[in-house]
Design a protein around this ligand. Structure first.
Ligand code: P6P
Length: 336
């Protein structure tokens, strides 16, 4: 199909807006601004190997992780663009301990939580990384957004998605009417619809978990993974292990091919008793995406990720997410 005939993401967003006569266009405006930030980050990520932006900035973020220069760039790009877009009232970033205000006079009715560049430890080795975002409606009175406006459960998200910077740059998002994937054509600077109405296969043969932690796992995780490794041709076992160590890359592969991703609690994470991944801007947006695509996301004690009310911005949560039948099987091991 000629590039000129492809459905652009702006067109898709407008079509979705038309389904809601009461819509004011603010969510559409928010998404379009976020997409511009994604294009800027994509250009920088793709140039990183050439410019002197590789390597580390020498700073350490609130997670205690060394901050890569591209992390700084991605975080600043999203903050600068969104603080003056007029559609949001407050932000939260994986890179910043406190809430991020918007410019006076530019307050809007939504909130934005984001991980500007997840998987950044993979930057220097050319492994796919990504931006993850989550949007809620403002609940508090007054003009300025508050931390409480951000601390809402995932089922109340009005939009969620990610931009994956890989062999191509893709945007995958939902506003509650299915999951749609767009591929960036850098020659024209436009995201074109490439994966309409993505559905995650109900069953798969792939599992994603960091097996280096096997000796730290609690029995439920060990028993489930051992089950996946048993030889049983009738149930398509053993499964194949696919683990990149970049949540967006692992999730994206599983969304397209089917699969289950696990980052459960384990005895290693004594400093992170709830696992490693964060609820607000990693687990919850991915949980909405997978639900909209027909999958499931739970914790390792069977709770629905989308029903967990965050108690703090950077709260961590165990995450079991992916193909519905596979997660349901895993849940039996975790609840037995
Ligand atoms: P581990 C990347 O640092 C990240 O936050 C996620 O993108 C990824 O899924 C996870 O950590 C990998 O963690 O402990 O397996 O290296």
């Amino acid at each position: 199909m000629s590039k000129r005939l492809g459905v652009t993401v702006s067109r898709q967003i407008m079509d979705s807006q038309k389904l809601h006569p009461e819509a004011t266009g603010e969510l559409s405006g928010l998404l379009n601004e976020l997409i511009v930030a994604g294009k800027i980050i994509s250009a920088e990520v793709n140039m990183a190997g050439l410019a002197d932006i590789l390597g580390q900035s020498g700073k350490v973020n609130i997670q205690g992780e060394t901050v890569q220069k591209l992390d700084d760039f991605a975080n600043a790009t999203i903050k600068r663009r969104m603080e003056q877009c007029g559609y949001i009232c407050v932000m939260a970033s994986e890179e910043e301990e406190e809430i991020i205000p918007v410019l006076d006079g530019y307050e809007g009715k939504y909130t934005l939580a984001f991980d500007p560049l997840d998987g950044s430890s993979n930057i220097d080795v050319n492994v796919s990384i990504g931006t993850i975002f989550s949007v809620h409606r403002k609940l508090s009175d007054g003009v300025k957004g508050t931390e409480a406006d951000l601390l809402q459960k995932g089922s109340l998200q009005v939009a969620a998605g990610y931009i994956i910077y890989g062999s191509s740059t893709m945007l995958v998002y939902t506003t509650g009417e299915g999951v749609h994937g767009f591929t960036l054509d850098p020659s024209v600077g436009e995201f074109f619809l490439s994966h309409p109405d993505i559905r995650i296969p109900a069953h798969s043969k792939y599992y994603s978990v960091n097996e280096a932690y096997t000796n730290y796992w609690f029995d439920s995780t060990r028993k489930y993974v051992d089950y996946l490794k048993e030889i049983d041709s009738e149930t398509g076992r053993p499964y194949s292990l696919r683990y990149i160590g970049s949540l967006v890359a692992d999730f994206h592969r599983n969304l397209i091919t089917g699969g289950i991703f696990l980052y459960p609690r384990d005895r290693k994470n004594t400093t992170k008793p709830e696992g490693k991944l964060r609820l607000l801007y990693e687990a919850a947006p991915m949980a909405l995406l997978v639900k909209e695509a027909g999958g499931v996301a739970i914790t390792d004690d069977g709770r629905d990720i989308l029903e967990i009310v965050p108690e703090s911005l950077h709260q961590r949560v165990p995450l079991i997410i992916g193909s519905r039948e596979d997660v349901e099987t895993a849940k039996k091991f975790y609840l037995s």
